[in-house]
Design a protein around this ligand. Structure first.
Ligand code: UDP
Length: 466
């Protein structure tokens, strides 16, 4: 048998989970001589985006599409779709681990938060389970503290008069906590608490962040506490290699013709959608701002977190834009359906701002490229990310919504102008540039993330006495 230490990674469905897992595997393979297999659970045939990122893997990283599972027909939130897909895939996950443990020197199964139930399977095969946490250190701290908070706080968190103060973090109001936490009587909340209690079963937690971005939260995570596994901050891991998108040439060619730093990129990640009314306001707000924009438009939906994480190709979302909008903004704005090659857009010299849903991958990608943000969180932990980016790091501006939750066109225009031309924008840009410089150093010899990764690799290899 090949003596190379081998890790199995189980990213839950969604590009936002797959991409950082692949990048993490590349770090182990390129810098620490591991080999890896990525197990991909899904409820549908592989998407073009998935196939493209997987095609370009180094030879020592294999991937296996687990047999697609059948989800019920009822409308489910994205989180429920993801978690059910992983649960229904558990038998094939075990089967694959059995086979890997006989054909390779399998040392670890690395799951993400939706795959925490697969930890038992890993233990069955004598393989050490690790958790790969693809979001911020602040969100991880929140997850580790929530079971305790649950025992001590009564009533809904959103009604608490004071914000919640996690060690080393900016205070967060209950209304900015992740979705499943907004209704404590909901079964999703109870399920979350149960799954968070299982984090302690992991041998270690790998988190995609870096010290300069989340100094306080990381310090708090590194404190030894009974029941808390050691934490390894190894970020920012963002997609490397060429484009995932289909619109590459159109978007990028258009950007080539725009002045430096003049375009605001508008995108809500791989699944985020706006309501029809909000889509309308955003269009009119972008128009009113007078700024150049590149906007990835997806079909509207009344619930931002009820869409399909497998669907990128949808009907014609342009037909739902305000009448005459495309004509009036022609030349100054470009609208693309569903998907854009985001990293290439963010690294383009013409891009000067990013209106984002604050998904963690998008946040890191913008940071690495020094692009300041407009924070427009939709679901999951995005509101917490927005608080950290706006009030903690101060690298983002955040538009205010009406009581109905709708953000009006004037507010949008104001914030976009402010980021691209105003004094506030200048400050935010300056801080983002500094963070970009810090991010560029963390993987160098003495860099904090390189060191963390070496410690982890050492631990994984040591258990094999290699
Ligand atoms: N992405 C992209 N093009 C798009 C939308 C998303 O390339 O049009 C990529 C983006 O670069 C990021 C990932 O998909 O790597 C989205 O992850 P994130 O955590 O930001 O948000 P999620 O999609 O998980 O809500």
């Amino acid at each position: 048998m090949d003596q190379t230490p081998h890790v199995a990674l189980l990213p839950s469905p969604g590009m936002g989970h797959l991409i950082p897992s692949i990048e993490f595997a590349k770090q182990l393979v390129h810098h620490h001589h591991f080999s890896a297999t990525i197990l991909i659970p899904s409820a549908a045939p592989p998407t073009t985006a998935q196939k493209t990122v997987l095609q370009k893997l180094p030879k020592t990283i294999h991937h296996i599409f687990l047999p697609p599972v059948q989800l019920p027909d009822d409308p489910l939130s994205v989180a429920s779709q993801i978690s059910l897909t992983v649960t229904l895939s558990l038998p094939s996950i075990k089967h694959t681990l059995a086979s890997l443990s006989t054909s390779t020197r399998l040392v670890s199964l690395i799951v993400d938060p939706f795959g925490i139930d697969a930890i038992d399977g890993a233990k069955e095969f004598g393989v050490l389970p690790y958790l790969f946490f693809p979001s911020s250190a602040m969100t991880l701290l929140f997850c580790l503290h929530l079971p305790k908070i649950d025992e001590t706080v009564t009533g809904e968190y959103r009604d608490l008069p004071d914000p919640i103060q996690l060690p080393g973090c900016v205070p967060v109001h209950g209304t900015d906590l992740p979705n499943p936490v907004q209704d404590r009587s909901n079964k999703a909340y109870k399920g979350l608490i149960e799954s968070l209690k299982r984090y302690g079963l992991a041998e270690g937690i790998i988190v995609n962040t870096f010290v300069d971005m989340e100094d306080g939260a990381i310090k708090a995570l590194l404190v030894d506490e009974p029941g808390k596994p050691p934490v390894y901050p190894v970020g920012p891991l963002i997609r490397t290699g060429s484009s995932v998108g289909l619109e590459r040439s159109e978007c990028l060619k258009w950007l080539d013709d725009q002045p430096s730093g003049s375009v605001v990129f508008v995108s809500f990640g791989s699944v985020g959608t706006l309501s029809h009314d909000q889509l309308n306001e955003l269009a009119l707000g972008l128009e009113l701002s007078g700024q150049r924009f590149l906007w990835v438009v997806r079909n509207p939906s009344d619930n931002a977190s009820v869409s399909s994480f497998n669907a990128h190709n949808q009907n014609d979302p342009f037909s739902l834009l305000p009448k005459g909008f495309l004509e009036r903004t022609q030349g100054r704005g470009l609208v693309v359906p569903s998907w854009a090659p985001q990293i290439e857009v963010l690294s383009h010299r013409a891009t000067g701002g990013f209106l984002t849903h604050c998904g963690w991958n998008s946040t890191l990608e913008s940071t690495v490229h020094g692009v300041p943000l407009i924070a427009w969180p939709l679901f999951a932990e995005q509101k917490m990310n927005a608080v950290m980016l706006t009030e903690g790091l101060k690298v983002a501006l955040r538009p205010k919504s009406h009581e109905s939750g709708l953000v009006g066109r004037e507010e949008i225009a104001e914030v976009v102008k402010s980021l691209m031309e105003g004094e506030d924008g200048k400050e935010v840009r300056r801080r983002m540039e500094a963070l970009k410089d810090a991010a560029a150093k963390v993987f160098s010899g003495e860099g904090s993330s390189a060191k963390s990764l070496s410690d982890l690799a050492f631990k994984l290899k040591n258990q094999l006495n290699i």
